[in-house]
Design a protein around this ligand. Sequence first.
Ligand code: FMN
Length: 205
Amino acid sequence: MAGDIDLRKYSMLVVSLSGSPTLKSRSGVVLEHARSWLQAHGVDVTALKIRDFNAEDLLYARFDSPQVIDYIEAVRQADGLLIGTPVYKASFSGAIKTLLDLLPERSLHGKVVLPLATGGSIAHMLAVDYALKPVLSALKCQEVLHGIFAIDTQISYSDNEWGGELDEILTERLHEGLEHFYHGLQRRVQARQPEAPEYFLKLAL
Ligand SMILES: Cc1cc2nc3c(=O)[nH]c(=O)nc-3n(C[C@H](O)[C@H](O)[C@H](O)COP(=O)(O)O)c2cc1C
């Protein structure tokens, strides 16, 4: 009976982490577009921004802070993560590192991660590959997808905090990356519930 089925087993959960310390954030605009795309495809997205955390909890690594406990639990339950970061000094932001440092070892085991980075020029377009991927790998993530890197001129702001437009090429690349991410999430749901009747998989996906 449909009423007896736990639909959580068939739903896809994603946590989106924004690592920009600024209120008007280009990487935040990219994350927001990704969130809309995923939600339009039936994925639940919990959007967490570094700015919403108590800075002292992050700097002093307060594992017992209620906000940090909620964050760790959200990541534990997620099938996948979107990690959005500006490039700072040829690497990802230090703010996002404080968030990742709070996660227990093996936190990303079995999850799929799509990194999204923005920078002032293409000079550091490989920052995600050489800097972020080893950190994700230390958290036992086996499926880090090719990151999407955008330069500032590809993103325009709107007046509101997160609004903004992506240029056509970036939109195309982002959607392509999200398709791969979505397929990774689908594989997670299927692995979680291999006997899921096709009907319920379609309902959830
Ligand atoms: C402190 C600081 C350091 C930066 N370092 C770099 C850098 O090394 N390479 C680069 O391409 N852009 C660099 N930028 C530019 C930002 O990465 C770029 O503007 C980014 O889109 C900002 O994202 P945000 O608006 O989400 O914070 C730097 C910006 C700041 C403020």
